[in-house]
Design a protein around this ligand. Structure first.
Ligand code: FES
Length: 199
């Protein structure tokens, strides 16, 4: 754990197929009927919602990409208090700090872009040309930004996003990362892909 309370995104990031097993494993430990939780890859690609257990997602850690929804990876991050404080200091550096873009749920139109301040749910794709940005979650100098406050960096053409997926001014991407529809089924289970049961 670093001084700012966040761990390296590289260490904590669960990659690719491993993350699918990891997400399922976490859920399996907490909920015995996990086998019936998530639809097949084909159904997910068609838009079937995905359930994610975040009970063991620690502060400063990311779970993702988890089983793709509509063929797109999902990032789930539990932000630290320090990260949430940092979000409030970035407005002057961002293209759309209040996230007024229309193509998002209404609960994403705020500085933390989420239903609850701590847990961030994002489509893990860069809005420029749809590379997958790399999590750089710690508040520490990075090669691409000496004053980095945590977030995501797209290696393809250098777009930078904060820990709410808001794009920095001067980035090739012209809008914030997308927030999918989701809701909390319980305190620790997020349903990604719909706003509420039956919606
Ligand atoms: S695809 Fe991310 S900056 Fe171009």
């Amino acid at each position: 754990m670093s001084e700012d309370g966040t761990d390296s995104g590289r260490r904590r990031f669960l990659l690719g197929a491993t993350s699918v097993v990891g997400a399922t494993g976490v859920a399996a430990a907490a909920v015995p009927f996990v086998g019936s939780w998530n639809p097949s890859a084909k159904a997910r690609a068609a838009g079937a919602p995905v359930r994610v257990d975040v009970s063991r997602l620690e502060e400063g850690a990311i779970l993702g990409p988890i089983p793709a929804w509509r063929g797109r990876p999902i990032f789930v991050v539990r932000r630290t208090p320090q990260a949430l404080e940092a979000l409030a200091t970035l407005d002057d550096d961002l293209q759309d700090p209040d996230s007024n873009q229309p193509e998002q749920p209404e609960y994403a139109a705020n500085a933390h872009r989420s239903r609850t301040p701590e847990v961030l749910v994002l489509i893990g794709l860069c809005p420029h040309l749809f590379c997958s940005p790399t999590p750089r979650l710690g508040i520490r100098p990075e090669p691409f930004d000496a004053n980095w406050k945590g977030g995501f960096y797209c290696p393809c053409h250098g777009s930078k996003f904060d820990l709410a997926g808001r794009v920095y001014s001067g980035s090739p991407a012209s809008r914030n990362m997308e927030v999918p529809p989701y809701y909390f089924e319980t305190d620790n289970v997020i349903v990604i892909g719909e706003d509420e049961v039956g919606a």
